[in-house]
Design a protein around this ligand. Structure first.
Ligand code: AMP
Length: 398
């Protein structure tokens, strides 16, 4: 399957090519034709599957046939609601990339910053709006914008909206939308409450479900280090001496842990910063930008803060702590090995975390290869069960 087979218009094909995409991802292959035909869509898919392009491309294509608005100023015709500022910015970047030859205009609005620039962008007239729920309602309440011309509505990461307590705001937004519209609903999981919400938004939706990244994908080289808890930081610093690790995302279970690891690394002369829910939006965005631009080599994150972080060409994921939910392991390591790039996932396991490891092995139906000859082997405790051995060179990027 190629993008040409999806009946996309030339300006979009050109933009997709410029992004270096050679073929559509499964969600794009399934969702784009359905959306171009005008159906509602229920997508069970998480970040990393290419879902942004799966909704952005058809919206751009359908709107580009419909550019003129009489003589008046442009009206907002497509609305994408997403839970966090980081996701909103990333979706905005996707519309810029795929829509750069279409003549369509978009803007991104989110809270935590002055509304001034955002209001000016709205006043200039835009076709597509990407928004977080709170700021969107705020601007509507101030009569600075209206949703009455919306033809396309996308609710992104619905389960996370629920987790973050935004469901009430989302319902208010839905109540302001015109009844005649095309609606798209995306959620990584579909608990009953989310299904109920979807039923209030969608009309006869086509369902597309994308199975999460498979942990055993051969694009991701996984290895496991058994190490005592106090030695984890020494092992980390030791491994990061390898200059071929050009960008590493490190996961900790707690916010406090993320700060501590980042401080240890900085003390050891390694450029690192932490990202988690206790940091201000500005601080989180700075940390993320510096990491993306390769100003900082290491980003330390908690699972919640890391959801939605989309870093292309991330070479290494390091599990400083083994997650207690096995699916989290799969999500974490799926941050690397994206879009055909080889990725490396290293995990540090202390005695207490052995239980979690068992669950992970069960989930991935296999064992993570163990690196035995490292400088910080466990001093106490039983020797690790004999599992698949990894050569030390395994964690090096090919
Ligand atoms: P998303 O799930 O939308 O967050 O996308 C995940 C990543 O995959 C982003 O970095 C996209 O730029 C990239 N991507 C999306 N579609 C494709 C494709 N067809 N081929 C290669 N990379 C893609």
């Amino acid at each position: 399957m190629t993008f040409e087979n999806l009946n996309l218009i030339e300006p979009i094909l050109r933009a997709v090519k410029a992004e270096g995409y050679t073929e559509p991802t499964p969600i794009q292959e399934q969702a784009i034709p359905v959306l171009l035909k005008g159906h509602d869509l229920m997508g069970c898919a998480q970040t990393g599957t290419g879902k942004t392009a799966a909704f952005a491309i058809p919206i751009l294509q359908l709107l580009s046939g419909n550019l003129s608005n009489g003589n008046g100023k442009r009206q907002i015709k497509a609305l994408i609601v997403t839970p966090t500022r980081e996701l909103a910015i990333q979706i905005g970047e996707s519309f810029s990339a795929y829509g750069k030859h279409t003549g369509l205009r978009h803007t991104v609005i989110f809270g935590g910053v002055s509304q001034h620039g955002q209001v000016n962008a709205l006043k200039n007239g835009i076709d597509i709006l990407v928004a977080t729920p709170g700021r969107l309602l705020d601007l509507i309440d101030q009569h600075l914008m209206t949703l009455q011309n919306i033809q396309f509505f996308v609710l992104d990461e619905a389960d996370r909206m629920l987790d973050m307590g935004f469901i009430h705001d989302v319902k208010k937004i839905i109540a302001k939308l015109p009844a005649k519209r095309q609606s798209l609903f995306f959620s990584a999981t579909m608990p009953p409450e989310i299904q109920k919400l979807a039923a209030t938004i969608l009309v006869k939706p086509v369902k597309v479900e994308i199975v999460p990244v498979v942990a055993t994908t051969n694009l991701i080289k996984q290895s496991l280090y058994f190490v005592d808890k106090p030695d984890k930081r020494h092992l980390l610093i030791h491994l990061l001496q390898d200059k071929s690790i050009d960008s590493a995302l490190i996961f900790t279970r707690t916010k406090h842990g993320a700060d501590k690891v980042s401080r240890d690394l900085v003390k050891a002369g390694i450029k690192a910063s932490a990202i988690h829910g206790n940091k201000s939006q500005g601080a989180r965005q700075d940390a993320l930008n510096n990491f993306k631009n390769k100003k900082t080599r290491v980003l330390v994150a908690t699972d919640i803060a890391s959801r939605g972080i989309d870093v292309e060409q991330l070479s290494h994921v390091i599990n400083y702590e083994i997650p207690n939910i096995p699916e989290t392991y799969v999500h974490r390591i799926g941050r690397t090995g994206r879009a055909g790039i080889n990725g490396i996932a290293l995990s540090f396991c202390d005695t207490e975390e052995r239980e979690y490891l068992k669950d992970i092995h069960k989930l991935i139906s296999g064992q993570i290869p163990v690196v035995e000859d490292h400088p910080f082997p466990m001093k106490h405790g039983a020797a690790p069960e004999p599992v698949v051995k990894a050569k030390t060179s395994r964690w090096r990027r090919r």
